[in-house]
Design a binder for this molecule. Structure first.
Ligand code: ARG
Ligand code: ZN
Length: 419
């Protein structure tokens, strides 16, 4: 018994020190077709974790390609890059150092905080307490359970009213590793409650409209990325669903919506990070959200979804290069929102349709909502542009959320005045 326990501890200790130690994140700059082919081959032969774009199939010429390379493959990757004259920078010298450095608020007790990356347990208790704090402005409802059985609780913000009000739907945490995203939804709820009555814009918004906030869409995945002390799970992106016959877990929720499903920029390989799933809405989390929006489509006037990283404000379409019917208005609102965001700390965002602004990719929630009739449909890609990527330090939560509030409030005010 003692011996077993001893070996158990050694195994845990070993796993703990071998997580991402020595791994690097590269930014590659493919300027020749051969470079693109090389990157795709590399992805086939060694285990590379694509940060941006999120899969080898999305790589095209003249784009920045950020990849996380495990330490054991560094020699071969350096050799290949040099032999083929591919320009590259090292964005992150040691991924484990960046993972550990993400909690830079010091070794304070891990209770819920708006300036920390809270785990699911803390977010769940926060949802319970905040939703009972002010019954005149906030309520909650469960829209279904995740694959692993966690309740997907939707918060509804808005002044109580006897008649039904037009609404905005916002979700965070579609992708598990994009931790700044759920942090923003929590920040938004806090700000809405604390500035109602003093901030004119927030007051009119919540008087005239309801804002539905889903703090974490992909809860199973998010929870898994917090188990990283013993697992290499911090960089997980997908859901955690299983299917007999495949040993690979999960699908990309933002490729699983029924909008040109799996036609481009997605993978039909269950092991890929951009796996579109076995059918549209095969992921229960996607189905739950889609059902809610379908049921309430008469009142939902805007759909906002929060991702990271790249500092982009995207709108439809991503599944086609065709321009959306309301392209110029969507662009104008996006540019106004980006200007508002930039006014605070000078952070620059690029706006445009997904297909041309990042890459064509079908099955996304923004395109699906738009085609359902939700005209103002936006995807945010928050900070940064790759210095830390998904490992944005906690010290940047506050400024990121503050500036993003300005953009979201800009869109909300526009929608409120134009319905
Ligand atoms: N980075 C996001 C993703 O890959 C961008 C989403 C843009 N919208 C879309 N429908 N592809 O999921
Ligand atoms: Zn994302």
């Amino acid at each position: 018994m003692k011996v077993l326990l001893f070996f158990g501890l050694v195994a845990v200790a070993l796993a703990d020190v071998t997580r991402y130690e020595g791994d690097k994140v590269f930014r590659l700059k493919p300027v020749l077709d051969e470079h693109v082919t090389l990157i795709k081959d590399l992805a086939k032969n060694i285990e590379v974790d694509f940060w941006s774009p999120e899969g080898a199939e999305l790589v095209t010429i003249d784009m920045d390609v950020d990849i996380h390379v495990p330490a054991q493959y560094l020699n071969i990757v350096f050799t290949i890059l040099d032999q083929n004259d591919m320009e590259h920078d090292v964005l992150i010298e040691d991924v484990q150092v960046a993972v550990d450095g993400q909690a830079d608020g010091g070794p304070t007790p891990r209770a819920h905080s708006y300036t920390k990356y809270n785990n699911w347990n803390d977010i769940q208790s926060w949802i319970a307490s905040i939703s009972s704090s002010n019954p005149n402005l906030i309520s909650k409802q469960v829209i279904g359970n995740t694959y692993e059985g966690r309740p997907m609780t939707l918060l509804k913000l808005g002044k109580k009213s006897s008649s039904s009000k037009p609404a905005i739907f916002m979700d965070c945490g579609i992708h598990a590793r994009e931790w700044i995203s759920p942090a923003f939804c929590q920040w938004f709820v806090k700000e809405a409650l604390s500035t109602y009555g003093s901030d004119a814009q927030m007051t009119s918004l919540l008087n005239q409209m309801d804002v539905y906030v889903l703090p974490v869409f992909n809860i199973d995945g998010y929870d898994y990325t917090h188990k990283g002390r013993w697992l290499n799970s911090r960089m997980w992106r997908k859901t955690r669903s299983r299917k007999s016959g495949s040993s690979c877990i999960g699908a990309d929720p933002n490729r699983n919506f029924n909008a040109g499903w799996c036609t481009l920029g997605a993978s039909s390989n269950p092991c890929s990070d951009t796996f579109c799933g076995y059918s549209p809405e095969s992921e229960i989390e996607v189905k739950n959200v889609a059902n809610f929006i379908r049921r309430n489509k008469a009142i939902i006037k805007a759909y906002i979804t929060i991702h990271s990283y790249s500092q982009l404000l995207l709108f439809p379409y991503s599944y086609t290069y065709d321009l959306a019917q309301h392209h110029s208005e969507l662009m104008q609102v996006a540019q106004g929102a980006s200007a508002a965001l930039r006014s605070l700390y000078g952070t620059r965002y690029t706006s445009g349709p997904g297909a041309t602004t990042i890459y064509p990719a079908a099955g996304g929630s923004d395109d699906w909502a738009y085609d359902l009739g939700v005209k103002y449909s936006y995807t945010f890609e928050l900070r940064d542009t790759g210095r830390y990527g998904f490992l944005l330090p906690e010290s940047q939560i506050k400024p990121t959320c503050e500036e993003t509030m300005l953009a979201v409030k800009y869109i909300a005010a526009y929608v409120r005045k134009n319905i």
